[in-house]
Write a protein that binds this ligand. Structure first.
Ligand SMILES: [Cu+2]
Length: 82
């Protein structure tokens, strides 16, 4: 990777989502986050632990993240995003 002053520095945010049980859940959460939270580039989800790692162009809007998880039908683990 070359250094370019104009390129945004990706931000990595990790949090925990409760209730995901299969690949469909992962796809739903990934899609909702990608579609509704500004700046999201990549979403990585570890199903067994419910750990979600979001790479984004800017600091994530926590309210939008919470809304996206809720919209997908799951719950943000309390205190995992602060
Ligand atoms: Cu599922």
């Amino acid at each position: 990777m070359s250094e370019q002053s104009t390129a945004p520095v990706p931000v990595s945010t990790t949090f925990q989502v409760v209730g995901m049980t299969c690949g469909h859940c992962v796809a739903a959460v990934t899609g909702e986050l990608t579609d509704t939270v500004p700046g999201v580039r990549d979403v990585q989800i570890d199903l067994p632990t419910g750990q979600v790692v979001v790479t984004s162009d800017q600091q994530l809007d926590q309210a939008k993240v919470a809304a996206a998880i809720d919209e997908a039908g799951y719950q943000l683990a309390p205190g995992s995003l602060s």
